[in-house]
Design a protein around this ligand. Structure first.
Ligand code: CUA
Length: 161
């Protein structure tokens, strides 16, 4: 009588090895495709700024909404404990907004709920992301990096009309 236990052992071993190779290959393939074919990127450093010179450095010397062209805006925000300046902007539906933001003091987060905007605001660094608001509504801006005792109260709003 033949002993199949060795063969069965190989099959089981192979059944475990296969996904341990296939899963990382699938993940890396997905990352490469989304990065190079679909163009999905994590927000990178859009510039450097001296945190002490924020009040004298454009666009943060006058933070807020600026119309660049019809339907195109730049919205600049300064984060500090525990607020965003401005803490509210209002735009028409269909607008494309380039968000430019930095921090005056510690690391803050900048997430516009319901949009892909999800950035870290690091002192000395400018973060930038562009997003189109098609649906009217109120979009919450939240700080999602713990920045101190008032972290939970650090929020703002994008009103799309
Ligand atoms: Cu700012 Cu948390």
């Amino acid at each position: 009588m033949r002993d199949n236990s060795k063969l069965v052992g190989y099959i089981f071993e192979f059944a475990w090895i296969l996904p341990s190779v296939a899963i990382p290959v699938a993940v890396i393939t997905a990352v490469v495709i989304t990065a190079f074919a679909v163009g999905i990127r994590v927000p990178d450093v859009a510039g450097r700024i001296e945190p002490q010179a924020i009040n004298q450095t454009a666009p943060f010397d006058e933070p807020g909404l600026k119309e660049l062209a019809p339907g195109r805006y730049e919205a600049s925000f300064v984060a500090q404990i525990f607020m965003f300046t401005p803490n509210q902007i209002e735009i028409p539906a269909g607008s494309t907004v380039t968000v430019v933001a930095t921090s005056r003091d510690v690391i803050h987060g900048f997430k516009i709920v319901g949009t892909p905007v999800n950035m870290m605001l690091v002192p000395g660094q400018v973060s930038k992301m562009t997003v189109t608001f098609d649906e009217p509504g109120e979009y919450l801006i939240v700080c999602h990096e713990y920045c101190g005792g008032g972290h939970h109260a650090m929020f703002g709003k994008v009103i799309v009309k």
